[in-house]
Design a protein around this ligand. Structure first.
Ligand SMILES: [Cu+2]
Length: 130
């Protein structure tokens, strides 16, 4: 029992530590060499950012993506796996109002890909990788 508690505490520290590390990586100081620009998509009134905007990314440069649901209904955001492996798939899982999801857009081949909400077919836009 006691060993289990110690193990749980150790695992908790490892988890928090790695999350903290990732957070620091993504929120790096602009003065540091590594700069990460981010994209914020807010689901509201069944659109992303009102216009389902095109998202421009550079090939092989991971782009931080935060998806936030500020709506009263559930949304998600998905990018499907491509046959050519051109972009890493994304699935935020269902987000209720007020929930955020942090991920990254990672394209390895130039092309136009689609992001969409599984619940609302009209909520879809393009990711253009160059
Ligand atoms: Cu939706």
């Amino acid at each position: 029992m006691r060993n289990n508690i110690i193990a749980i505490i150790a695992i908790s520290f490892l988890t928090v530590g790695s999350l903290w590390g990732i957070g620091n990586l993504l929120n790096s100081d602009p003065d540091e060499e590594l700069q990460v620009e981010g994209i914020l998509l807010i689901a509201q009134r069944s659109t992303f950012n009102g216009t389902n905007p095109d998202i421009l990314v550079s090939v092989d440069v991971p782009t931080k993506l935060v998806v936030r649901n500020d709506d009263v209904v559930t949304h998600d955001l998905r990018v499907d796996e491509q046959e050519n492996g051109g972009i890493t798939s994304i699935n935020t899982a269902p987000l209720r109002g007020g929930q955020n999801f942090l991920t990254a857009i990672v394209a390895s081949h130039p092309g136009t890909y689609e992001y969409y909400c599984w619940y609302h077919p009209q909520m879809r836009g393009k990711i253009i990788a160059q």
